[in-house]
Ligand binder design. Sequence first.
Ligand code: SF4
Ligand code: SF4
Length: 77
Amino acid sequence: MMGEKQGLKGGKRRGSISITFNEEACNGCGICIEFCARGVLVKNDVGRPEVVRIDHCTECRMCELLCPEVAIIVSRE
Ligand code: SF4
Ligand code: SF4
């Protein structure tokens, strides 16, 4: 039987990784940037995170898990 888990984790490694920010929720703390070991994110000129190296993202989801405002979603399309 197939155990559907409501799409919380994509088991397949197809498509491209997408990192989405809820700009209204983001408080600009920079935690996501600091804890991304792959240098995927930088702070932009209005103090918000911006994706600059999506190809370096390992989908570890650390940014998503540590965001105090739950403002990040890492997904695969
Ligand atoms: S951790 Fe969350 S609240 Fe902090 S800068 Fe990143 S997206 Fe914004
Ligand atoms: S999922 Fe991991 S590697 Fe990708 S941006 Fe977030 S912290 Fe960085």
